[in-house]
Design a protein around this ligand. Sequence first.
Ligand code: ADP
Ligand code: MG
Length: 215
Amino acid sequence: MENAMITMKNINKGYMLGEERLPILKDINFQVNKGEYVAILGPSGSGKSTLLNIIGGIESYDKGEIIINGAAMSAMNEKQTTLYRREHLGYVFQFYNLIPNLTVKENIEVGAYLGSNPLDVDDLLHTLGLWEHKDKIPSQLSGGQQQRTSIGRAIVKNPDLLLCDEPTGALDYNTSKDILKLIEDVNRKYGNTIIIVTHNDAIKLMADRVIKLRD
Ligand code: ADP
Ligand code: MG
């Protein structure tokens, strides 16, 4: 479909445990349209991170097909997969993975080098509420401010697709809500497609759609 960013068709994934195959993802089918903000919910161990990593081209899958912006992932060679990750994909993790001796602004600029059409860093610092903190290093920031910085680093290359794996997992309830709201603002302002895994209930009010994974 023309409007589809991601189409998952009968995706299956398991891990070998000794002689036995432990199925993790069974016949996953869904579509995420361009510009959508979609949440994935599911209990711990249900395969949420595995699913995001498959979409991100970081993990392989056993069966099925993924179509990314019209292109079948199975047809991409290693170089094309790397290019897809670098040019079109942003990733936000639970633990911020910032570079400790770089400032907020410099950490965000690291992301800008990766894309061919980066956003204006100063403008982004304002959007993220980080303008007053731009010259601080990560150890001088709160958890929420560190996560804002890592969102900035992921979004500055203006990726078509932003994958967020429990970005609020290390934050308190209210800071989490602020971060989810910020991701919603990013989605509205820049139009990126966003897939987020989170346990925070507030997501139900913000996301366009919720996809549930069962145990
Ligand atoms: P979630 O993010 O929903 O908590 P994960 O995707 O991290 O779940 O993991 C799903 C299941 O797959 C878990 O039971 C986990 O133990 C298992 N798993 C994940 N990675 C591996 C691996 N490399 N080898 C074997 N089992 C794994
Ligand atoms: Mg996980």
